[in-house]
Design a protein around this ligand. Sequence first.
Ligand SMILES: Nc1ncnc2c1ncn2[C@@H]1O[C@H](COP(=O)(O)OP(=O)(O)OP(=O)(O)O)[C@@H](O)[C@H]1O
Length: 686
Amino acid sequence: MGDEDWEAEIIKPHMSSYVPVFEKDRYSSGANGDTFNRTPASSSEMDDGPSRRDHFMRSGFASGRSMGNRESNNDCEDNQTRSRGFSKRGGYQDGNDSEASGSSRRGGRSSFRGCHGGFGLGSPNSEYEQDEGTQRTGGLFGSRRPALSGTGNGDTYQSRSGSGSGRGGYKGLNEEVVTGSRKNSWKSDAEGGESGDTQGPKVTYIPPPPPEDEDSIFAHYQTGINFDKYDTILVEVSGHDAPPAILTFEEANLCQTLNNNIAKAGYTKLTPVQKYSIPIILAGRDLMACAQTGSGKTAAFLLPILAHLMRVGITASRFKELQEPECIIVAPTRELINQIYLEARKFSFGTCVRAVVIYGGTQLGHSIRQIVQGCNILCATPGRLMDIIGKEKIGLKQVKYLVLDEADRMLDMGFGPEMKKLISCPGMPSKEQRQTLMFSATFPEEIQRLAGEFLKSNYLFVAVGQVGGACRDVQQTILQVGQYSKREKLVEILQNIGDERTMVFVETKKKADFIATFLCQEKISTTSIHGDREQREREQALGDFRCGKCPVLVATSVAARGLDIENVQHVINFDLPSTIDEYVHRIGRTGRCGNTGRAISFFDPESDSHLAQPLVKVLSDAQQDVPAWLEEIAFSTYVPGFSGNARGNVFASVDTRKNYQGKSTLNTAGFSSSQAPSPVDDESWD
Ligand SMILES: Nc1ncnc2c1ncn2[C@@H]1O[C@H](COP(=O)(O)OP(=O)(O)OP(=O)(O)O)[C@@H](O)[C@H]1O
């Protein structure tokens, strides 16, 4: 079945748990009784705003996709798009996506596509009311479109393939940053963004507080059969005077409370990145650490930071209008930063250290309320962080630790400027005065060079095994599947998989909706996460996936990094990402912490041949079978800039100081053009 048939199918849904059912423009209860629909608010891009890349890069990129001016498209998306100030966006169109191919079909589906009501969360009344307020405000901006709801198994879904402006645009990679009205400036939300008093409906979502009981705080999953194999991984530390690695938690000489928390978390043995990073951080050194997905990088920075804070005896945090945290941790997505916060809360349990999380898509007032109650460790997405700093709720003078998780992403074109702004904020201690820590599974060389600006010159570089390479616990399969056969193949695989938890990655937000809907039509219980879904929907989707209610999660690359979800046995790349690093992160959602997992990727020679060489490299480095056809494509495809040897080291990401001659390939903004994520990524993330 051709992908161009999506639309026809989607507007004639079979019974499904997911399929949106056309509903009147009103709140309604879902099958599970806890769902309400919201008609879309109009453009509220001020809540987070679309990504910068929306503005800079959306038009006219992407292999395998057609370009064309979409201005004539007569549905919500384009209305919203205009209202977001994207009229120049210039017709990105997924080549696999027929929706723009005919206005009549579009018309038939517009009620589905553009509308995006809420996703039931069983929200408290207050929330309901707030949302209604938002919705009404939205009505002022444009047509109130009918809400859509799917009921079925209670997994209510509101599809919103549009650009999301109905409720505020971009929620993804650059989720926290500039809004449409501020396009082409690198202004933060602090300068008129998310809090956006004047720019439209406010974001009112208040995330439910995490459970407070000890069992929930320390809930964890088991390490897998390959956990002990971590010991055999080669580790290289470069830089001068590195302290020796430790072999046990005891050697770290952490305080008793911390040791208790580590034990309650089920940690008995250090992973390699922890063995090396903990003493380095305890010794006060700056660090750039590259280690495979799922190998415990979060604890590798949290534990020594907490140990130090405990050692110096910070005073208990208390209510103050201006809080001065000792540690700031930033990560690129909301779900990831929330996860890091939960880890910080777990390890600081029973101490006077207070961790707080703030991220976009939630009510700004809520973030402020969390902060003013006390804040030692601030976990934040960049836009919300800058917003809060701008509102003078956070002072930076006491910052001892600045942590960039997924550091390569945090320094690339998307977030790099925001990070630069952060380190030059008034009060932020210079790099000599603070400790800066960077972690990722991938670390392209040119991004490493950029990192120099953030790190002391004598920083240490830890490379664990095949850094930038795939985790060996993931069994990788590459199937040659053309665009038009992908869905059939997907269903076949998912039917064989049964109820095992599976993440399906696609390249665009629209496609995430389409595929999720399609799978529900096929009676496969599915939910989706992407940047056009409201935050509450994103959290609901993740929650449904985590608990197994929806064993299939269709996602864009917004979910590619960092997410640590128990029992994800399979990752399917319905679309391959544009870069090999993204591939590595995506498949790293399975095979974590010594557990095994499987990744199946659909390779379409029409659009993916540029990935053949790096894929062959990653597969062979991870000792996976390399299909002969893939090798053939790899040999016959010239990929500018790719040398088979570039990743030919045991340490796929090496410390660039070893071979860096001081030559810079940075562009005028100080960012490497060649390492800038391609616009193809962008479509996924925002
Ligand atoms: N020493 C340990 N013993 C047991 N479990 C651990 C240990 N260290 C980490 N874990 C668990 O392993 C899982 C993966 O850890 P974490 O999310 O920190 O990986 P990561 O390296 O940051 O992955 P990614 O690159 O995908 O972000 C988590 O559930 C974490 O609690």
